[in-house]
Design a protein around this ligand. Structure first.
Ligand code: UDP
Ligand code: MG
Length: 315
């Protein structure tokens, strides 16, 4: 591979055919003077994204790409980009131009001042649905209140990280990636700039509710013991309730002699306890499924095609 770049820009791509050229142009206009590389990660797009990427990569040496064998999801696409990014600094940017490429300069300046992570915090989100804004707001607030590390609110993956942080993230073996949490976990000097998030240029969001929920669950279980602590609390509460119920049952039998009448309360208790148990088992299951995916030790992603030498080599 060519010599080390000063800045690597990682752009995950899922059905962004109409945005790729504009993204490249805007990046090149603003970063042209730097020794930078652009790394597209095509995450199983079903449109002409890969074709467009390859066109650009054929014409410009500093444009690299990785193309997955199927859709592995945004987080793994970014992760793959980080794996092969060679730069001293690495910028992560969405391919739909919701994150203005021109901001990279401002972020890079902070990184050069010695910050290891410079993230971009969203002031305003323009052109997104009320539902998206609301769910995002709830998600960021909830996750920051239940997790033990400081995950910045209203911040996506648009950021610049240093090589050192990149390596630290690479050394984390977990399978359910939640990169913004992992980067926060790494620590070092971190700072942010603020910006107004633009509407997506073309195309549709690749993050429907189901993917958003999955990301939220990954984030919460990866960085918080809150759900499992909740099980303990609910279990404790239910034991107290059932102790009361036992006392009540005994009094009914031996003092009031009215045991036949207990049907209603029995039903309530049985359903209540049954429901809570199921709920708790569900939460425990979440953690067990994570243990399972880590134990299975599958590769995180499979590359179908690339122009990066070290990525193409089978080991
Ligand atoms: N993306 C991806 N894989 C996916 C979904 C999205 O690589 O399965 C990319 C997408 O092309 C974009 C970025 O991740 O560059 C953010 O996705 P999107 O804009 O669809 O999410 P939103 O901004 O609506 O939350
Ligand atoms: Mg977007």
């Amino acid at each position: 591979m060519s010599e080390k770049a000063y800045l690597s820009v990682v752009a995950p791509v899922f059905n962004e055919e109409a945005n790729i050229e504009v993204l490249f142009k805007r990046l090149n206009d603003t970063l042209g003077a730097l020794h930078y590389e652009l790394l597209f990660v095509n995450d199983g797009s079903k449109d002409l994204s890969l074709f467009k990427i390859k066109e650009i990569a054929a014409a410009y040496q500093h444009v690299k790409f990785i193309s997955f064998s199927r859709n592995f999801g945004h987080q793994l696409a970014v992760y793959a980009g980080l794996t092969y990014a060679s730069g001293k600094y690495i910028a992560i940017i969405d391919a739909d131009l919701q994150d203005p490429p021109e901001l990279i300069h401002e972020m890079l300046k902070k990184a050069e001042e010695g910050y290891e992570v410079v993230y971009a915090k969203r002031n305003k989100r323009i052109g997104e649905s009320l539902f998206k804004k609301l769910t995002a707001k709830i998600f960021y607030r909830f996750i920051s209140s239940v997790t033990s590390i400081d995950i910045p609110v209203d911040t996506g993956d648009f950021r610049i990280i240093s090589e050192r942080v990149r390596k630290a993230v690479m050394s984390m073996p977990e399978k359910n990636k939640f990169l913004r949490g992992q980067i926060a976990w790494v620590g070092f000097k971190q700072t942010f700039i603020t910006y107004n998030r633009d509407p997506r240029l073309h195309g549709q969001t690749g993050y429907p509710l189901k993917k958003m929920l999955n990301l939220a669950i990954d984030g919460i279980t990866a960085f918080s013991h809150f759900p499992i602590r909740l099980v303990t609390y609910i279990g404790l509460l239910m034991s107290l309730v059932s102790m009361g119920a036992i006392v009540y049952a005994l009094i009914s039998k031996f003092v009031l002699h009215s045991t036949v009448k207990g049907w209603t309360s029995m039903m309530i208790l049985i359903t209540l306890i049954g429901g809570t148990q199921l709920f708790c088992m569900g939460i425990i299951g979440e953690y067990i499924s994570r243990i399972m995916s880590n134990v299975m030790n599958r590769p995180d992603f499979l590359i179908e095609e690339t122009n990066i030498e070290s990525a193409a080599k089978p080991d």
